[in-house]
Design a protein around this ligand. Sequence first.
Ligand code: NAX
Length: 331
Amino acid sequence: AKEPVRVLVTGAAGQIGYALVPMIARGVMLGSDQPVILHMLDIPPAAEALDGVKMELVDAAFPLLKGVVATIDVVEACTGVNIAIMVGGFPRKEGMERKDVMSKNVSIYKSQASALEKHAAPNCKVLVVANPANTNALILKEFAPSIPAKNITCLTRLDHNRALGQISERLNVHVSDVKNAIIWGNHSSTQYPDVNHATVKTPSGEKPVRELVKDDAWLNGEFITTVQQRGAAIIKARKLSSALSAASSACDHIRDWVLGTPQGTWVSMGVYSDGSYNVPAGLIYSFPVICKNGEWSIVQGLNIDEFSRKKLDLTAEELTEEKALAYSCLS
Ligand code: NAX
């Protein structure tokens, strides 16, 4: 039998946490033969709710779940974890300045970075979900210098899956037949959902999405804004932000990272930029990646047309500004 993997979920008493922990305990993230021990962290006002989640995990009698640590102590939460899903953060409230929200998250991610660096298992893989996801991940990287940069990522897989979903709805094909969309840049409304290399599996082979949709105006317009604004549309409809889709996408992100992407398929991940595609190095930026043997690598050599170039640069500019804002909060 396999040794259990320890998975940390911060903000585990929140909405996404409540959707995510049962998925992990069922093997959706790491496979149906992989036992897990869940570490759940939240803050004192949510401690009682967190205990309630733990009670439900016990009650669900998951065969793969070998233990549950529910705590408000960041050191206890981080100790020995192999995978860390960072969902906890400070939300933007009405009337709050961007700088104030950034400042709260910078201080959270700075201290959690230190705890992970000191107490997590060697080679711990980190996924930041909490917004501003890219910049929180960057802060975590900066303050955990002994964790390799390649182990620190942020979630743009939800945006990626949303793009696949929109194409699937438009063409009336199954979403699993659509692949190789790309989310470039920030997990924000400046992200660029790119279908220039995306394909659909058809009875007569793989066909480019553009050839099948036959409507460049839609692909260059409404498709992009729908994906960019999808989070807001969910809030309007549900009066709550995306939770089940965020949790499911977080499982997809880690599963593909650990177990590998299928041959010929890439996915989108926010990763530390090495300057590929002339994206400034030193940002956490969403790129197309393939994963093999537990490591991601950026897909190279894709053609970037002029329309795309502008959009890649625009979202990079926003991330550069966010980085500067985050650094200004440190002093
Ligand atoms: P909730 O407010 O329901 O839950 C957040 C939880 O984090 C709360 O239980 C809170 O007590 C806890 N928390 C706050 N500070 C903490 C700290 N220092 N340590 C540990 N826990 C802490 O929010 P939810 O809807 O679950 O969303 C969580 C985060 O995901 C938000 O930042 C949200 O903006 C972000 N999202 C990111 C997405 C992505 O694709 N990257 C999509 C979904 C989501 O909007």
